[in-house]
Design a protein around this ligand. Structure first.
Ligand code: NDP
Ligand code: MG
Length: 387
């Protein structure tokens, strides 16, 4: 029986994970879950899975839950609550599926306890990857298994090979909702249009990120941090069918790809079961005969600047990836609130990066530095763009 803690259980990844567990209750026990504002769903999940540790955004909701569900032993809320949940609960695997850099501290606590981390929360790896990797060296029994479909694909395609044999990582991209569109079209696209992803059903923030290709940019930095591969050896190619989830090209000319339906259950399940593979009745299988057309093309990096901005931030390193991530998080929030236009997202990120004095993360206070820069970047963007 594996004890699972799910951070972000009310989200898209979180509900997919619970669906897997619902179909294999002999193997998994949900010991803790967390939601922020979606109390109705959180209550349903509490009633079904009976976790003994819970986090919720507000104090009032926390008090109500504690009163109504006597089996809950620990309830957390507010700032630091997620980190405390990760620090104090009794679990074997934590699935980090909150959205945004808010997940950093909880991941740090899990590493310090040398737990297995099923990492969906890519913003953590982008914003704080340099620090996280150092911490992983200090706590060698801690283990991160990626959940992001591309990184799960790369992780699987790398099994059994030495890093020296890798020629490059090839990250596939669907191209997003606006594939093929030009700048004049993008100028006036709406939130509703951006939220329609052709292949994947996901949370709102990542769906907007997919439409700007900032998501692919975040994934390039995430891949660099997870697999320690040079940015020059990471390539993005558009594969509109989203069947191949990413590939590794080796020095002998062979390419190993991982394929499957566009559904997050398979990578979540693999992160739970690695190094094994496991059947689950809620998994969808790929019908190869119906999948008769796999195509590949260059991404339009001139129009969709999210990829190049990420390479720039990643290569500069230090606190620049933190700025790239934080400015994007606020830009996406403002776009969803209809306070800025679609293309302003790129302007905001570029401006934040251009005006940032990069700080080194070599010293012991790296995490404090990351948090400070993250906070300052968010504040600066809000001051300038939130009307
Ligand atoms: P969702 O927006 O669907 O869910 C986010 C979860 O985080 C919800 O449980 C939400 O709570 C919670 N949350 C949001 N803000 C806070 C906060 N300030 N404090 C505490 N909890 C918070 O996101 P997704 O499931 O789509 O994505 C989760 C992560 O996984 C992201 O980092 C994303 O990039 C990554 N990912 C997602 C994929 C997908 O297919 N969805 C694919 C690959 C990676 P509530 O809803 O109750 O307010
Ligand atoms: Mg992905």
């Amino acid at each position: 029986m594996k004890k699972i803690l799910i951070l972000g259980s009310t989200g898209s990844i979180g509900t997919n994970a619970l669906e897997l567990i619902r179909n294999n209750k002999e193997q998994y026990q949900v010991v803790g879950i967390s939601g922020n504002r979606n109390i109705d769903l959180l209550k349903k999940q509490i009633e079904e899975f009976k976790p003994i540790s819970v986090y919720v955004g507000s104090e009032q909701d926390a008090l109500n839950l504690k009163k109504n569900y006597s089996f809950i032993k620990e309830i957390y809320f507010g700032e630091n609550g997620l980190a405390k949940l990760s620090k104090n609960s009794d679990y074997d695997i934590v699935l980090t599926a909150v959205s945004g850099a808010i997940g950093i501290d909880a991941t740090v606590e899990a590493i310090k306890r040398e737990k297995k981390i099923a990492l969906a929360n890519k913003e953590t790896m982008v914003s704080a990857g340099i620090y996280i990797n150092r911490l992983l060296k200090e706590y060698p029994k801690a283990e991160i298994v990626p959940v992001d479909s591309e990184h799960s694909a790369l992780f699987q395609s790398l099994q059994g090979f030495k890093k020296e044999n890798v020629k490059k990582l090839i990250i596939t991209a669907s191209g997003g909702t606006f594939r093929g569109k030009d700048l004049s079209y993008l100028e006036n696209v709406t939130v509703e249009q951006a939220l329609k992803h052709p292949n994947w059903s996901m949370g709102k923030k990542i769906t907007i990120d997919s439409s700007t290709l900032v998501n692919k940019g975040l994934e390039v930095i995430e891949a660099h941090e997870l697999f320690n591969i040079d940015y020059d050896d990471i390539e993005v190619i558009v594969h509109p069918q989203s069947i191949i989830h990413s590939m590794v090209e080796y020095v002998d000319g062979s390419i190993i790809a991982q394929m499957g339906v566009a559904n997050m259950k398979t990578p979540i399940l693999y992160a739970f079961t690695y190094p094994e593979k496991e059947f689950n009745s809620s998994i969808n299988f790929l019908d190869l005969i119906k999948t008769n057309n796999l195509t590949f093309e260059e991404p339009d990096k001139k129009t969709f600047k999210g990829i190049d901005l990420a390479y720039r931030a990643g290569k500069i390193a230090g606190t620049m990836p933190t700025v790239f991530n934080a400015s994007n998080e606020i830009a996406v929030e403002l776009f969803m609130k209809k306070k800025i236009k679609f293309l302003d997202i790129y302007r905001i990120i570029e401006e934040a990066m251009n005006t940032h004095q990069v700080l080194s993360l070599d010293k012991d206070d790296a995490l404090d530095t990351i948090k400070k820069v993250d906070k300052e970047t968010r504040k600066k963007v809000r001051e300038q763009w939130e009307k």
